[in-house]
Ligand binder design. Structure first.
Ligand code: AMP
Ligand code: MG
Length: 354
């Protein structure tokens, strides 16, 4: 799809969104148009979830395959039964604890939700986002809003309006610009149609926080291979990917850094442009190398690393590196989501350093 729309960009206050701006964006949604808007996780590409043609527009704009279902965003917890057929007590408990917030629940779908939203499946993914702009927009539109991340399929998720424009100029009617998104990685997708509940995609709400409320929680382990076709939703091996090839290094910090240094030098000797993605405190360890390096944030503050994750990967792309060597920073809290995105960006190319 070539860009055929004229994309307007409106600035909006992230804390107190201006009513006139929100009203204009809500009118676009009600008329079947596409609005990119900030959520606390990343920017979303929204359409009226009950309007099949509008939702088709999301798939066209993103060049997203029809087998990858969308998350439906609600303005109120009380609207859950408008899109889900049933609401088990566990969903109520989770909604009370985590909504509005970065937790998406997968439940049996209501007949009213068009098949295109759920990729023909019998379940629907739903959440109430926390960002004041997202909430104001959905409430003003008065309809559930289907919204995946506002990037072309398989690419890095946008965490600011400029990132959205770079991906979707001419493909979206309106972009609401409220500055950078506070969480930086997508929502945690939790299936409640399995026993115990299963994390299908780690994200903004940690596994530890879910276990505190639910007890046992399964984590979908993906044997990610590039050959998989039509895999479980959101489990594509190559996803959230920069243009450069990414290799993820796991293991004890000193050993990992030594291996990364060696590999960077070996690649450079072959004429390959290499970039490093490291924790702030790792920088002195590579200072002697002449390698483009981005500091992802302190390893002790993975919330900050998450906030900057997609922007730092974009920086490496913009620097024109062909290969990114990234250090795994652990799986604690939001670290699990960071590891998940880096593993997917690596297309499963993970090196275990002994
Ligand atoms: P995005 O917001 O671009 O990350 O895309 C939405 C993601 O939500 C999908 O890729 C899936 O991971 C997940 N999702 C949406 N609907 C369902 C569903 N019915 N069952 C399982 N996962 C879903
Ligand atoms: Mg996405």
């Amino acid at each position: 799809m070539a860009g055929t729309k004229i994309t307007a960009i409106l600035r909006v206050d992230p804390q107190q969104p201006e009513a006139a701006v929100i009203a204009r964006a809500a009118a676009v949604l009600r008329a079947g148009g596409l609005v990119a808007f900030p959520t606390e996780t990343v920017y979303g590409l929204g359409a009226n979830a009950l309007d099949s043609a509008a939702v088709q527009g999301i798939f066209a704009a993103k060049e997203r395959p029809a087998y990858d279902p969308l998350i439906v965003h609600l303005g109120q917890v009380a609207e859950l039964l408008q899109v889900a057929a049933t609401c088990p007590p566990v969903a109520e408990t989770l909604a009370a604890r985590f909504w509005p917030g970065s937790l998406t629940l997968v439940l049996p779908k209501h007949a009213r939700v068009p098949a295109v939203v759920t990729a023909g499946g019998e379940t629907v993914a739903v959440r109430v986002p926390q960002h004041p702009v997202a909430l104001a927009l959905i409430r003003a539109a008065g309809v559930p809003v289907a919204a995946p991340s506002a990037n072309r399929f398989g690419r890095l998720s946008p965490t600011c309006a400029a990132d959205v424009l770079a991906e979707l100029d001419g493909r979206v009617d309106l972009i609401l610009d409220a500055g950078p998104t506070p969480v930086g990685v997508e929502s945690t997708v939790l299936s409640l149609v399995t026993e115990p509940p299963t994390i299908l995609r780690p994200g903004g709400v940690s596994r530890e926080a879910l276990i505190e409320v639910l007890g046992p929680v399964a984590l979908l382990e993906q044997p990610v291979t590039a050959e998989q076709i039509a895999p479980a939703p959101g489990t594509l091996a190559q996803h959230y990917a920069p243009r450069a090839r990414l290799v993820l290094y796991q293991g004890e910090r000193r050993a990992v850094l030594a291996t990364m240094r060696e590999d960077a030098l070996a690649l450079q000797a072959q004429g390959v442009r290499v970039g490093l993605w490291l924790a702030d405190e790792d920088l002195p360890e590579v200072a002697a190398l002449d390698v483009f390096t981005v500091a992802a944030g302190p390893a002790a503050d993975l919330e900050q690393v998450a906030r900057q994750l997609f922007a730092t990967l974009r920086q490496l792309d913009e620097a024109g590196v062909a290969v990114i060597l990234a250090r795994d920073l652990g799986a604690q809290g939001i670290g699990l989501a960071i590891r998940d995105r880096l593993t997917r960006a690596a297309g499963g190319h993970v090196i275990q350093v002994a």
